[in-house]
Design a protein around this ligand. Sequence first.
Ligand SMILES: Nc1ncnc2c1ncn2[C@@H]1O[C@H](COP(=O)(O)OP(=O)(O)OP(=O)(O)O)[C@@H](O)[C@H]1O
Length: 238
Amino acid sequence: MASGAELKADIAEKSFGQNTLFEGLRIEVPAGQVVALIGPSGVGKSTVLRMIAGIDTAYEGRILVDGVAPSAAEVPGFVFQDPRLLPWETALGNLLAVKPDLPPDEGRKLLAAVGLEAAADLRPAELSGGMQRRVALARALAVSSRLLLLDEPFVSIDRKLAMELWALLAGVVDRFGPTVILVTHDPYDAAALADRVITLRGRPAKLVDDTMLDVPRADRQDDLVAKIARELDAGMRA
Ligand SMILES: Nc1ncnc2c1ncn2[C@@H]1O[C@H](COP(=O)(O)OP(=O)(O)OP(=O)(O)O)[C@@H](O)[C@H]1O
């Protein structure tokens, strides 16, 4: 199994005009860790992801992915709030669109890993919303199984579907071992999935909490997830 990427972010300053989002924010993530980055809307979570991905380079400081700048590192897999699939491509075609050299058999295996072996040749309009989100996850894995950046992938879906997707993502993590940064404002996502939860708050945003969740993911029953989520929520608001 390929190991996940190692991340080191030392952001001296990140501003949009007069709006200083970060001043002295340091986050280090060892290979293969699943980190949930939580905090209120507008605190700067998505901006952190864009900087790690090398999409946003307008900051002072240094981000290293496996010891090199994001622009020189392997492109990460990105999952957005909405699946953003190409409507004219099949599920498999959507994987090949971002990774043209992916052998189709490998693409089918990735789709099978997210439970879509029978849907590889269907177009997005023929897929349910949950299935489209699975394709988006398989597409991210097609790009990289070493670093997955997930930006609110469970937002605006009901809890039942979110729980299905949590289980799916947990399976992907167990199988492929990527480093994952999961941005969410919902502490339930973090409680269900993360090894570690980092809470950001304020403007400029500070790292106000950094907690390891010691109970293995597979052993977190619903009531424990709810309890951890309540504690995280209280910490986010404190
Ligand atoms: N391209 C941009 N130009 C100017 N301001 C921006 C830009 N991108 C983000 N911001 C501002 O930076 C702040 C943080 O935005 P960001 O999207 O990173 O927050 P977030 O924590 O991910 O919020 P949400 O949970 O609502 O997505 C916000 O005040 C936003 O308006």
